[in-house]
Design a protein around this ligand. Structure first.
Ligand SMILES: Nc1ncnc2c1ncn2[C@@H]1O[C@H](COP(=O)(O)OP(=O)(O)OP(=O)(O)O)[C@@H](O)[C@H]1O
Length: 653
């Protein structure tokens, strides 16, 4: 320590080039100067203590020196480079490669192990993993923390955390260590230890600048700068033999590497986003649930509308200008009764063909290629299952390949099935043949044909059609008679049919022509889809809002971690990415669960209504996409807040 005051003048011949040099540097906060025009040179290898009363500007000076904060006016050169000309990114890179920081409150990523915290700065600089591994244990050992390597930083004692902060600051052998009251929160023993470490570091050539209130620590420094009211009022001057050699990290393998840095940043972004979720599982679960409800509703709305629309439009198409459908109230007791009605209706003049069609619930029939129980996770069939005869297929103009539709009408010991092309693909059946069966109600049913052309029934491609032959009737059959008439005759046939089929009680027969069916289009089914759709969009908006609020609070709660990452040189883009990814992951999880729940709801609703559930293949993607989009959207503002924050201010907070 020297005894003479040395306040260099601009006219002084520069003895050596300083590594940090300030001229007329000001830092104003709301018009009031925290630094009121400083002139300061710091040379490589110095051990400088900054002292002064509270509020005199010590921390502000340290923050500006370390590029955590920007001067409002004046010139600041780091290794001869004017930092006012650097971009935010260049400042971050310079900060990461030149400075090591020790803060008063040893900021840590609390959920991460001590070892991972120790290498945080190395990661920000893109130091190779092998080098990180080589450096971390000796550093922890040096600071008496080897046995705590795997302990989460939040569980360390105050002294241990501060030693870890120093280990983190020095592990990459930075040219300059800046420490803001590093012993402020420690007892005498731990404070003394910290000072010993800083002196050892200085002995290896590192420049150390520390802010302290402790006269003992100030006395241990080679140069003491005294501040008052934002000005330097005393400087014991530099005693060190200065070197002009450029400041480089002590370990050449620990040099800055952009590609690896980006790689580490990407890995950190993913790991941190995921660990932020797993560390607060209850919060994550609630967010997932919010997105689940929103996107689940959306998928359900799509399925319901589509099922309703297909059901309605199928009928309307079918009932063009030459089709009449009739049903009997309460259905039929047996297939013989159905056949009887078919025969009678065929006797009407102008009826060209009469067929039969009954819808079955796919959820109950459970079509499958696999014997029940033989395959643990059987895919759910999402087409329609219908009972029909060959006349129905004929009058729809449908044609069969690889088989014979008339087998549908025969009873030779059990039902047979023909498959629509989409249904066949879904069930994994390429063509019918001996031994090719599907399982319905847990019983094997031979496949006797594939529908090549669905004619005018748009539901046929996705349908499993079971023959009427000997299809078991367990309860009453809700079958429809489908009649093909001479063109223009449906109205006349519709008049005559009830009298023909049920002369005693014409009301028991319901006849549908195209006019009746058009009304169906505006029926409650489509409205239900629309309603669920609107509700789900509202739910998604609420999910977005609540997730956004929760994440914003999360950003505030993690301000110490954010400050640390920025201070260590993490760029703002990846920092924002970390929060966006967290939102996206929550959204995708919620969206995926929502898609599953939504599809389940459609299947359930359709089966209770006796419809064929039609879930468009893209519904699940929509559900997941809605979750992803709303999750990311909700994280947008919090991410912006995090990435725009000023590390110096956060550290102060
Ligand atoms: N982000 C900020 N916003 C507003 N005012 C600030 C901010 N940072 C510092 N100041 C003000 O600048 C002045 C200097 O603060 P600084 O923290 O640098 O002093 P200090 O000498 O380090 O004080 P202490 O020893 O108490 O930590 C104070 O008046 C403080 O209120």
């Amino acid at each position: 320590m020297t005894s003479h005051w040395h306040v260099p003048e601009a006219t002084d011949p520069p003895p050596h080039r300083p590594i940090l040099s300030m001229r007329d540097v000001r830092r104003d906060f709301s018009g009031a100067p925290a630094l009121a025009g400083l002139r300061l040179d710091i040379y490589q290898g110095e051990f400088v203590a900054i002292v002064g009363p509270s509020g005199s500007g010590k921390s502000t000076l340290l923050n500006v020196l370390g590029l955590l904060d920007t001067a409002s006016a004046g010139t600041y050169l780091v290794q001869g480079t004017d930092v006012s000309g650097l971009s935010e990114r260049q400042r971050a890179e310079l900060r990461a490669s030149l400075f090591g920081f020790v803060f008063q409150d040893s900021h840590m990523v609390g959920r991460d192990a001590a070892a991972r915290n120790a290498v945080l700065g190395l990661r920000a600089r893109g130091i190779a993993l092998s080098v990180q591994k080589r450096l971390v244990m000796p550093a922890l050992h040096k600071f008496g923390l080897a046995h705590k390597a795997a302990t989460p930083a939040s569980l360390l004692s105050g002294g241990e955390r501060q030693r870890l902060a120093i280990a983190r600051a020095v592990i990459g052998a930075p040219g300059i260590v800046l420490a803001d009251e590093p012993t402020g929160s420690l007892d005498t023993v731990n404070g003394g230890l910290v000072l010993v470490h800083l002196r050892e570091l200085h002995a290896t050539g590192t420049t150390v600048v520390l802010v302290t209130h402790d006269p003992g620590i100030a006395a241990a420094a080679d140069r003491v700068i005294t501040m008052r009211d934002g000005l330097i009022v005393g400087d014991t001057g530099s005693a060190t033999v200065h070197s002009d050699a450029p400041v480089t990290p002590g370990d050449s393998s620990a040099s800055y590497h952009l590609a690896r840095r980006i790689h580490h940043e990407a890995a950190d972004v993913v790991a941190d986003a995921l660990s932020a979720l797993t560390v607060r599982p209850a919060k994550a679960l609630l967010l997932v649930l919010a997105f689940l409800l929103g996107s689940g509703g959306l998928v359900a709305a799509m399925g319901l509308s589509e099922s309703a629309a297909v059901k309605v439009s199928a009928r309307i198409d079918a009932a063009a200008s030459d089709e009449v459908r009739a049903t009997r109230e309460g259905g039929y007791a047996s297939w013989d009764a159905v056949t009887e009605d078919l025969q009678r209706s065929k006797e009407l003049s102008s009826v060209l063909e009469a067929g039969v069609l009954a819808e079955l619930s796919a959820a109950i029939v459970q079509p499958s290629t696999f014997r029940p129980g033989s395959f643990p996770e059987q895919p759910v069939f999402n087409g329609a299952v219908r009972v029909a005869d060959s006349a129905y297929l004929r009058l729809q103009g449908a044609t069969i390949s690889f088989g014979d539709a008339s087998l549908l009408d025969q009873s030779f010991g059990g039902p047979v099935a023909v498959l629509g092309q989409d249904a066949a693909i879904q069930l994994g059946i390429a063509r019918p043949g001996p031994g090719v069966v599907i399982w319905l109600y847990g019983e094997p049913v031979p496949v006797v044909g594939i529908i090549e052309n669905p004619g005018r029934d748009p539901m046929l491609p996705g349908s499993v059609v079971v023959g009427v032959g000997s299809y078991p009737v367990t309860s009453r059959v809700a079958a429809s008679l489908v009649l093909r008439t001479d063109p223009g005759m449906p109205a006349a046939i519709a008049e005559a049919l009830p009298k023909t089929l049920s002369p005693a009680e014409t009301g028991a027969v319901t006849v549908q022509t195209v006019a009746d069916l058009r009304d169906l289009k505006h029926g409650i089914d489509a409205d239900l889809g629309r309603l669920v759709g609107i509700v789900s969009i509202v739910l998604l908006a609420i999910a977005c809002l609540s997730a956004g609020t929760t994440m914003y609070l999360g950003v505030l709660a993690r301000s110490s971690e954010i400050a640390l990452r920025l201070a260590l040189g993490m760029r703002r883009g990846p920092l924002a990415g970390m929060f966006l990814l967290e939102g996206a992951v929550v959204g995708v999880l919620g969206g995926t669960a929502g898609a599953a729940v939504g599809m389940g709801a459609v299947l359930l609703y359709a089966s209770t209504e006796g419809w064929a559930a039609v879930i468009p293949w893209y519904a699940a993607l929509w559900g997941i996409g809605a979750g992803l989009a709303s999750g990311t959207l909700s994280a947008l503002y919090p991410a912006l807040v995090a990435s725009r924050s000023n590390p110096a201010q956060l550290i102060r907070a």
